[in-house]
Write a protein that binds this ligand. Structure first.
Ligand SMILES: Nc1ncnc2c1ncn2[C@@H]1O[C@H](COP(=O)(O)OP(=O)(O)OP(=O)(O)O)[C@@H](O)[C@H]1O
Ligand SMILES: [Mg+2]
Length: 298
């Protein structure tokens, strides 16, 4: 039986930018800026709900090398509780590696900080229990049904009332009618729903979603994003990697990485403006071209 990826578990989090469009940091300005967002996302929570906001992710100088090559290079990430942050960058830029370090599955070479108020290096086991991680590749058992997969995950987390938790997840993600279907026979959109249900089961407060909509049709992608916005309204923080620009536009703020270096962060509007670009895609093409000159040989 194909083994599932450990998709595990989170909690707290800083002040928000209250300007209409927010600010962006582009590489070349200050490398130590905190990611800040405006209120561009429809349904953004009113200010009174943000006053006691804290940082769900507050990590500095995160680094990882493979065979002497730095694939994540001194990455700083600060994400306020309840925000949806898009993690963008070309193939091989270090997104998955960063996400895996944040949720305690991969040991960083360097970097300090807190995830949900916990020391993400020294309390990695506790971080795993509190963060929901959706892997880039479908990681559940193909030869178990939807319900069996969810029940298995509930056992992994030693959840006290597994049946109620699984019923709730089936209901929430619209999976109840297909609960007996084998995961291996599901289409891409349904597999993605199951994967999201599995990583929500233990009620994490931080979701790390790695290209959750890759290969999923537009209607399923829209439904998925509606779910993400609903979860954020409930106070859950989301860091989501994607290659889709329409999805990037639906995030509160963006972090753009290439060659393991953060090149830009801020609202979509601010990044476009500060890059002097036509749109986000144009901004990122310009940023990657600059980064190739700066980092490709390192
Ligand atoms: N276990 C590993 N051993 C060696 N190199 C690795 C390992 N994991 C990742 N890498 C390398 O680190 C770099 C960053 O990989 P990573 O998977 O983090 O990129 P990514 O931004 O998620 O890319 P994609 O958009 O294609 O998913 C790549 O060059 C990759 O080949
Ligand atoms: Mg990846």
């Amino acid at each position: 039986m194909k083994s599932p990826s450990p998709s595990l578990a989170s909690l707290n989090a800083g002040a928000r930018d209250r300007s209409p469009e927010g600010t962006a940091m582009l590489a070349g300005s200050t490398g130590k800026h905190i990611a800040r967002a405006g209120l561009g996302r429809p349904g953004a929570r009113p200010e009174h709900q943000t006053e006691r906001a804290t940082l769900a992710v507050d990590v500095k100088a995160l680094s990882k090398s493979y065979a002497g090559r730095k694939v994540v290079a001194e990455v700083d990430l600060q994400i306020a509780t309840g925000r949806i942050v898009g993690f963008l960058g070309p193939n091989g830029s270090g997104k998955t590696t960063s996400l895996r370090m944040l949720c305690g599955l991969l040991t960083p070479d360097a970097g300090e900080g807190r995830v949900l108020g916990l020391d993400f290096r020294r309390q990695a086991a506790e971080v795993k229990r509190r963060v929901g991680y959706m892997t880039q590749k479908f990681g559940l058992y193909e030869d178990l049904s939807i319900r069996e997969n969810l029940d298995f995950v509930a056992r992994l987390f030693s959840m006290p009332d597994r049946r109620a938790a699984v019923d709730g997840a089936l209901e929430r993600l619209g999976l109840a009618t297909r609960q007996k279907q084998l995961a291996g026979t599901l289409s891409g959109g349904w597999k993605q729903r199951l994967a999201l249900a599995a990583c929500l089961l233990h009620q994490p407060m931080l979701l790390l979603l790695d290209e959750p909509t890759a290969g999923v049709d537009p209607k399923a992608r829209r439904e998925f994003w509606d779910q993400i916005h609903q979860l954020a309204r409930e106070g859950i923080t989301v860091l989501v990697s994607t290659h889709y620009m329409d999805e990037a536009e639906r995030c509160d703020e963006l972090v753009y990485i290439a060659y393991g270096h953060v090149l830009a962060r801020g609202t979509a509007a601010a990044i476009v403006r500060e890059a002097g670009a036509r749109d986000l895609e144009d901004a990122f093409v310009r940023l990657v071209d600059q980064a190739t000159d700066n980092f490709a040989a390192t």
